[in-house]
Write a protein that binds this ligand. Structure first.
Ligand SMILES: Cc1cc2nc3c(=O)[nH]c(=O)nc-3n(C[C@H](O)[C@H](O)[C@H](O)COP(=O)(O)OP(=O)(O)OC[C@H]3O[C@@H](n4cnc5c(N)ncnc54)[C@H](O)[C@@H]3O)c2cc1C
Length: 466
């Protein structure tokens, strides 16, 4: 990057501008996934919309590959790039909660922990991530699976408006009345259409205490547990959201020492209604087995939102693959158990998650947002995680093998937010042909040159596209 250009940008930029050699450059180029090691020519840390406008103009004028970063948790590392400009939004952490209208306008640098802190001051929340350090921005644009989804829908279903800086340097507001095509695309279509500088969410009364936690069974009982679980979730009220996690038991005080380091299957729950009702509805889960560990009860909602934080520290190396599963029949369970039995030979961080969807997620019309997958019962994430310095090959091989073993039971589509850098076909599969074609039309309107292409890319089909 020419020094004169950098000096000029710095002179009209509010936030930090970092180039290779600057103190802080290495931290600024990194993302959550430590496996990603990219070297952008310049990282700009935006303080506000004026900085975003300047950064987009700079990237456009100098024809730079442009990556946009919210929380930096995208597993494929789309929050950074080689040789181009990174528009880092993480300093933009403003949030304004309107407790009367039950809405929150939030800037894109917020994490879910920071967002929840503000909304929970009024006993309000919207569906957010299961790890509190995840960014609200990329998360919302890709859908958003979390503890409140079966009652209140995905995060994207709770988006009521967004301010967007477009590739040609305009700031527009998209909502049901203004730019409805863009508003539709932002709810599931990822970071393809511009830089979102404000997300306005619908909020709901939640907590501050909810019924939640996890039960743990030895992995040897996984088959019976999954058969029970698949029956149990079928009749649950919307308030109960749950997930299964194949784990290596961590050394936590509520887990007996003799179980530490052993393979276990956890069912984690959150009931977003009266605590006594949650307790009653969880009873079959609490009695099944019975579990080796039952760590459930009344917990602060924000506590539940950070329950898994230690399982996914920043800088860990990660490789994931994902399927939607319409159902969990006996053959799928057998395949899943056969593959998860091999996890022990890998890293204690490696895990496999099954998120139970349905409820309010399933009741949204599949054409009303760019998130069409309203029917599957489960979103599965095969999560390879290992420490820096370890050879990646066995971890990646296990994730791929498990993915292949589960393919016969998949709907054929991946969940966008868990998708790696797997090519154009998988992005198309994440939407299906109808939604994908609609997204291309929106992309043609708002980003015809494909300026925003460091993402799960929707390629425009106009002549100027890159
Ligand atoms: C530890 C961990 C836990 C997770 N838990 C969950 C979970 O519970 N539920 C779930 O659904 N997903 C979960 N995810 C996946 C998560 O939704 C995605 O990784 C998501 O991309 C994170 O958003 P981010 O802002 O942190 O990511 P980033 O890497 O910053 O961005 C992701 C994508 O969004 C684009 N983008 C970011 N900000 C903007 C913006 N303001 N405007 C336009 N485009 C933008 C980026 O260009 C990039 O393409 C988890 C991920 C991790 C690593």
């Amino acid at each position: 990057m020419e020094q004169a250009l950098v000096r000029d940008l710095k002179s009209r930029f509010g936030g930090e501008v970092l180039v290779p050699g600057d103190g802080g450059y290495d931290a600024a180029r990194s993302v959550w996934n430590g496996l990603i090691d990219r070297r952008p020519a310049i990282v700009v840390r935006c303080r506000g919309v004026a900085d975003v406008l300047a950064a987009v103009e700079f990237g456009r004028t100098h024809r730079l590959l442009t990556a946009v970063r919210g929380g930096g948790h995208n597993v494929a590392g789309f929050g950074t790039c080689d040789g181009g400009i990174v528009i880092d939004l993480s300093p933009m952490k403003g949030v304004r909660v309107d407790p009367v209208a039950r809405t929150a306008a939030a800037q894109p640098g917020l994490t879910w922990g920071e967002f929840d802190r503000e909304t929970q001051a009024f006993d309000l929340a919207t569906t957010g991530g299961l790890v509190s350090t995840t960014g609200i921005a990329g998360f919302t644009l890709g859908g958003g699976v979390g503890w409140l989804m079966r009652k209140y829908g995905l995060t994207a279903d709770n988006l009521v408006a967004a301010d967007v800086v477009t590739a040609d340097g305009r700031l527009i507001t998209a909502n049901a009345a203004n730019h409805p095509d863009l508003f539709w695309a932002l709810r599931g279509g990822g970071g393809n259409f511009g830089v979102v500088t404000s997300f306005e969410y619908r909020l709901h009364p939640v907590g501050p205490t909810v019924f939640g936690g996890a039960v743990l069974h030895p992995a040897a009982q996984a088959r019976e547990l999954l058969r029970f679980y698949n029956r149990w979730v079928a009749a649950l009220p919307d308030e109960m959201t749950s997930m299964v996690a194949f784990i290596t038991a961590p050394p936590l005080p509520f887990i007996p020492q003799l179980l530490h380091g052993t393979p276990m299957v956890a069912v984690a729950v959150c009931y977003s209604g009266a605590i006594e009702d949650g307790e009653r509805i969880a009873q079959p889960l609490l009695s099944f087995g019975p579990p080796a560990v039952a760590h459930v009860g009344a917990v602060p909602y924000t506590g539940l939102q950070s329950m898994f934080d230690a399982s996914a520290p920043r800088g860990i190396h990660a490789y994931w693959k994902t399927h939607y599963l319409a159902m969990l029949g006996d053959s799928a369970i057998d395949a899943l158990v056969a593959e998860t039995d091999k996890m022990q030979a890998l890293s204690p961080f490696t895990t496999l998650h099954l998120h139970h969807l349905e409820g309010a997620v399933g009741r949204v019309d599949s054409g009303s947002t760019a998130f069409p997958h309203r029917d599957p019962r489960y979103a599965m994430n095969i999560v390879g995680l290992w420490n820096a310095g370890e050879r990646p090959d066995p971890h990646i091989a296990w994730v791929r093998e498990t993915y292949d073993a589960m393919r016969p039971f998949s709907t054929g589509a991946p969940y966008l937010n868990f998708l790696g850098d797997e090519g154009a076909e998988r992005v198309r599969a994440a939407y299906g042909p109808g939604t994908y074609q609609r997204l291309v039309a929106v992309k043609n309107t708002y980003d015809p040159t494909n300026f925003f292409r460091v993402n799960q890319n929707i390629r425009p089909n106009v002549a100027t596209a890159r």
